[in-house]
Design a protein around this ligand. Structure first.
Ligand code: PMP
Length: 397
């Protein structure tokens, strides 16, 4: 008995909702999803790395052996054995992380939302790198903070600036490993100085580390978490080492904060899917990641090298770029007069895409920057796409 011609609702969105925007990148990705486009725009891992068979076997095993538990509601903090696995993987070198410090979340993106929800009031100072991960800026924006951009150089953010700008801030959001969007890595001395500066200021320090395991040269650097487990909030994810479609990440923090996050998570979604948590545990519990991660590293390292070589071959000397030691991204700085947003329109006409840099700045965007991802495009196509971009830029000099 459907009503005849009901009056359409005039939606009165909340003030919070009114300032929500779609991510600039998601809009670009819609255009670049066309198969004929060579896209360096995505932040997606390469599907070639997804261990489909391993996941299928893990789903089968969990459903056959523990189906009734896997299909039931579960605790908000997450599946115990997986939390214990994570706690163990982060312990060592004199640091002991216990499962009570681990909260499972539906992708680390949810962790960012929950952290801002429990730590940030309207107008609170939130410190971010210049530039920073767009998804974090978006997640924090909902809570209407005052973003303070911490100055950075090629080694990441500058801890000696924090004494001036960090007082009274609610949190500092840092990406020490192969940062999204720049690909840069913070050296050990800088990490120590950062952790010390935050401890001095009593400033909670978020270490977002989805790319840490994807290191192509040398050994992974020590985590901030291990330097001060009482002051650092660590965020990890299975998206880049297993698959992003399972939406599984974790927050590791001192227990009083975890309890508060758990309350916020309970209100948001009760808990992260029991089935996926049990499947991931089943897939990794016997050391699978120690064989699997090196295969991802090899693929991405080769593609990173191909992109760096192509940039050297085809780009004019007035363009500079980062030389990442891991992760998925290279960051380019063009001559000041070139606006990468406009360049993108021309690039798409040539069937090549990238992400303009401006959306990654919380304040004062630098319009002559852009991000290239090297992980989803094979080396021959990388060379072809970089050559086209190089020609477009050279024509503007
Ligand atoms: N942090 C950073 C720096 C990221 O690049 C991403 C994904 N692009 C996330 C967090 C979110 O990852 P997840 O899939 O775990 O939600």
């Amino acid at each position: 008995m459907k009503m005849e011609n009901p009056t359409p609702i005039q939606w009165q969105f909340s003030e919070r909702a009114q300032q929500l925007q779609s991510s600039a990148i998601r809009e670009i990705l819609k255009v670049t999803a066309r198969p004929e486009v060579i896209s360096f725009a995505g932040g997606l891992p390469s599907p070639e790395t997804f261990p489909v068979e391993r996941m299928r076997a893990a789903f089968d095993s969990v459903l056959v052996k523990q189906g009734k538990v896997a299909l039931q509601y579960g605790p908000t903090d997450g599946y115990g054995p997986l939390r214990e696995w994570i706690a163990n993987s982060l312990s060592g070198d004199g640091v002991k992380i216990v499962p009570e410090q681990v909260l499972m979340v539906s992708g680390s993106q949810q962790g960012l939302d929950l952290l801002a929800k429990v730590l940030v009031d309207e107008g609170s100072k939130v410190l971010v790198e210049t530039p920073s991960y767009l998804g974090a800026l978006q997640a924090f924006s909902v809570y209407r903070p005052e973003f303070v951009s911490v100055p950075t150089d090629e080694n990441g953010l500058l801890p000696d600036r924090l004494d001036d700008i960090g007082k009274g801030a609610r949190l500092l959001y840092a990406l020490p490993n192969f940062q999204n969007p720049t690909g840069r890595t913070m050296p050990v001395e800088r990490r120590i100085a950062l952790v010390e500066a935050c401890a001095r200021l009593g400033l909670p320090l978020i270490e977002d580390d989805p790319y840490g395991a994807l290191c192509y040269r040398g050994e992974p650097l020590p985590k901030l978490l291990g330097m001060n487990p009482n002051g650092v909030i660590y965020m990890g994810s299975f998206s880049k080492v297993l698959t992003p479609g399972i939406r599984l990440g974790y927050v590791v923090a001192p227990v009083p904060l975890i309890r508060k996050l758990e309350q916020a998570k309970q209100a948001a979604d009760l808990h992260t899917a029991t089935l996926t948590q049990m499947v991931v545990y089943e897939a990794i519990k016997d050391g699978f990641l120690t064989e699997h991660i090196p295969t991802i590293r090899k693929l991405y390292a080769d593609q990173c090298d191909a992109m760096l070589a192509a940039l050297t071959e085809f780009f004019p000397p007035s363009v500079t770029w980062t030389k990442p030691e891991g992760g998925m991204f290279i960051w380019l700085t063009l001559p000041k007069h070139i606006d990468s947003m406009k360049l993108l329109d021309e690039a798409i006409e040539q069937l090549v895409a990238f992400v303009p840099g401006a959306p990654f700045y919380a304040n004062a965007p630098e319009h002559n920057t852009l991000r290239l991802s090297f992980v989803t495009v094979p080396p021959a196509k990388i060379r072809e796409g970089v050559e086209k971009l190089g020609k477009l830029i050279a024509a503007k000099l």
